[in-house]
Ligand binder design. Structure first.
Ligand code: GLC
Length: 723
């Protein structure tokens, strides 16, 4: 699909911008830099008429959008149209699985389609600017916003970021509208200390450049035209006042001079709370001088920039540079030519059957089968009886997940709905809620136990509601919330075979009970079609194919835990270091080092065999390409899709290197008995990192390479990268 590039704007647009800028007063320029939401802004219409607002966020009613747009265009001196921005993180009205789940599809093409559907519905309703994709790498499931991103790995994160930008900025959207994406939150927001939202981050420059920045660079290279500065400090300097990331990296090193930077919500004012600005005026100065072009809802710019310019603290050239980016984007989006939306469009686009069908396909592919002792797929006979138990079995809100506020519970198929739609006639389904998700004393353990005892199989739908992840929703514990584990224990006393379906916005700690259940399906918050997808998978109508985009810890104490960790000087796999009686290793005395389920892991109803690894390039020249292949065979009785993954390890570097790094993947479909030769290619330039001087370097030397089904298994080989 063709998509728009917004990073380098045409000379025609520059000329139109310069002509308009020359007519603008200082106050009108600053007005363009002011973004507000009507919910907290009094006298909004008066401010529109005097050109004090450049963008509005958080309005989704097309009629209201047109009304505000008409005031800006027809009743202000210069008639500059508004930018309408909204959070469309995983779907607009057709809500898809949360992005952490979407990443478990390992299917960028499918992700692009889903993002295009989200853009089509958003555009039809008047949104020009989508505050997404959220591309924050995160390795700490305590952080609630892990739900919004693509997980722990920069390579998978980059692939998903590119796909989402292509989808959001698609050509051919309804009403000839265009949408610009906003990869966020720039940068390292996912590194919040202790997983507590908004908390300090302190990555080294190397970690910043090797882990947190790459998905942004990938999104910008794909043409994303804006970014959003984050709330968090980065090693002492808040992202919203950080000229290293906002100017040195973004504009000077990467060359995105036209990139519009908007602050996150009130983040400029929060520089005062951070303690690097004495007041709102100093906060405004620091933000504009660091490179933030638009102020989301702190009113710092509209209240203080004119004075700062007039007193000589801020050069007007800084204002002009910001306003040029804003006006250029408005021209590039066509807003000066088509400022209004067709209010008849939404009805033709929203929840289109094709959109709902795609939401089901994404839900199917995002779910990860974590355990199955053979109970799944459920074998149901006309006399079968299924006990469907748990606080989320008939919940229509949780599957919407966090940040889906255009979504509506009435659009959602619950797991109960899914079973009722998919079960053959005559199968008895006994639904018992059992208990609340959490914080509610409601309990009916007796009814749940009786239902399980009387059934051939118990399906428990457990986990988190939609408000337990997302912004400001960090958790200090990763267990099943509330009384859910007690409910599960009670059902287990019946001895009835038990499947757990987990709905959550993050990895949970399953260790206390996972050995005692027969099967576990990680369903995440799976969007409006979640329940249907769960039922289809449990009943064997769909073969699960999802692979984890993030590690599941065995214990909270292991967090942060991720596959691409360093080896340390005393790795557990080594001999340890003898200093006293026993060797010392990097380990816990009360827990394993390994996770419960590793990155890239996911089971299927069939089985796959990997063999015949070929390192076609045992020596790779600088600037060349590593080529590796293997044969993958479906050795089971059910057709399926497998995500073949390629990892490398740089054995010796000028800085320490991870024990494994994902450098390629391919999703393949295999019929029972079918074999496919999978060849993966990795450009040598992908094997680099930021060295002792924090410059990107590709170093010669010995490497290991794996092709396999996840980050811990696979066929192993080696190759040499030669200067
Ligand atoms: C929020 C979020 C950001 C969102 C913005 C506008 O606080 O941090 O992701 O885009 O405000 O809603």
């Amino acid at each position: 699909m063709i998509h728009y590039q917004f990073t380098h704007l045409s000379e025609e647009i520059r000329a139109r911008v310069d002509a308009l800028l020359a007519q603008m007063t200082l106050e009108e320029k600053i007005g363009q830099m002011n973004q507000v939401t009507p919910h907290w802004t009094s006298d909004l219409e008066a401010q529109l008429r005097t050109g004090q607002i450049g963008s509005i966020l958080g309005i989704i009613d097309p009629t209201e959008i047109n009304r505000f747009q008409r005031i800006a265009v027809q009743e202000s001196r210069l008639g500059i149209p508004l930018l309408i921005g909204n959070d469309v993180i995983h779907g607009y009205r057709t809500v898809f699985p949360i992005p952490l789940a979407e990443a478990c599809t390992w299917d960028p093409a499918l992700q692009e389609q889903a993002s295009r559907v989200a853009a089509a519905e958003a555009a039809a309703c008047g949104t020009d600017w989508i505050f997404a994709p959220m591309v924050d790498i995160c390795r700490d499931p305590r952080w609630g916003r892990i739900a919004e991103g693509a997980g722990e790995d920069p390579f998978l994160g980059r692939a998903m970021a590119r796909a989402r930008v292509r989808g959001f900025q698609s050509a051919g959207l309804p009403g000839r509208r265009r949408i610009v994406a906003c990869p966020k939150h720039y940068v390292a927001y996912g590194a919040a200390e202790a997983g507590r939202d908004y908390n300090s981050t302190d990555p080294s420059e190397r970690t910043l450049r090797d882990v947190y920045l790459p998905p942004f660079k990938a999104a910008f290279d794909e043409g994303a035209g804006t970014t959003m500065s984050a709330f968090n400090e980065i090693g002492g300097i808040p992202a919203t006042a950080n000229s290293f990331t906002l100017k040195r990296v973004l504009r000077e090193e990467w060359g995105f001079a036209d990139m519009l930077v908007v602050s996150d919500y009130n983040a400029i004012a929060e520089l005062v709370a951070h303690g690097i600005a004495a007041d709102l005026k100093e906060a405004a100065r620091k933000a504009i001088m660091a490179g933030v072009d638009m102020d989301m809802m702190s009113f710092a710019y509209i209240r203080h920039l004119a004075d700062l310019v007039r007193e000589g603290s801020v050069p007007e050239a800084a204002i002009d540079a910001a306003v040029r980016r804003i006006l250029a984007l408005k021209f590039a989006l066509g807003l000066f030519d088509h400022p209004y939306i067709d209010e008849m469009l939404p009805a033709q686009v929203i929840l289109h059957p094709e959109h709902r069908a795609l939401a089901l396909e994404v839900a199917r592919r995002s779910m990860v089968l974590l355990k199955n002792d053979g109970l799944l797929p459920l074998r149901v006979a006309p006399t079968s009886k299924i006990a469907l138990i748990g606080p989320l079995a008939d919940d229509h809100a949780a599957p919407l997940g966090c940040w889906a506020w255009m979504g509506r519970p009435e659009d959602v198929e619950s797991v109960l709905d899914g079973f009722q739609a998919c079960l053959p006639a005559g199968i008895e389904l006994d639904h018992v809620r059992g208990c609340a998700v959490w914080r509610d004393p409601f309990e009916e353990f007796g009814r749940a136990e009786a239902a399980a005892r009387a059934a051939d199989v118990a399906v428990l739908v457990l986990g988190e509601d939609a408000h337990m992840s997302g912004e400001a929703r960090s958790r200090a514990y990763l267990d099943l919330p509330g009384r859910q584990q007690a409910l599960l224990e009670r059902v287990l006393t019946t001895g009835t075979p038990t499947v757990v379906v987990l709905m959550s916005g993050r990895p949970l700690v399953l260790t206390p009970w996972i050995d005692r259940v027969n099967a576990v399906l990680q369903a995440w918050h799976g969007g409006i079609r979640a329940g249907r997808a769960v039922a289809e998978i449990l009943l064997g109508q769909v073969n699960p194919s999802g692979k984890l985009s993030v590690t599941f810890p065995r214990a909270l104490g292991q967090v942060p835990i991720y596959y691409a960790h360093k080896n340390t000087g005393r790795p557990l796999q080594g001999t340890g270091t003898l200093q006293f009686a026993d060797p010392f290793w990097s380990r816990y005395i009360d827990e394993e080092n390994e996770p419960c389920f590793p990155f890239g892991y996911g089971l299927s109803y069939t089985t796959y065999r990997y063999d015949n690894l070929q390192i076609e390039t045992p020596v790779v020249e600088m600037g060349g390409t590593l080529r590796v292949s293997a044969t993958v065979t479906n050795t089971g009785t059910m057709a399926g899709e497998e995500v073949v993954q390629l990892y490398v390890r740089d054995l010796v570097g000028s800085v320490t290197r991870p024990v494994k790094e994902l450098k390629g993947f391919q999703r393949i479909a295999l019929a029972p008995g079918e074999s496919v030769r999978v060849s993966l290619a990795v450009p040598a330039d992908e094997l680099g990192f930021h060295g002792p001087d924090n410059r990107y370097v590709v170093e010669p030397g010995a490497f290991r390479v794996w092709i396999g089904p996840n980050s811990v298994e696979g066929l192993e080989g080696e190759f040499e990268l030669r200067a």
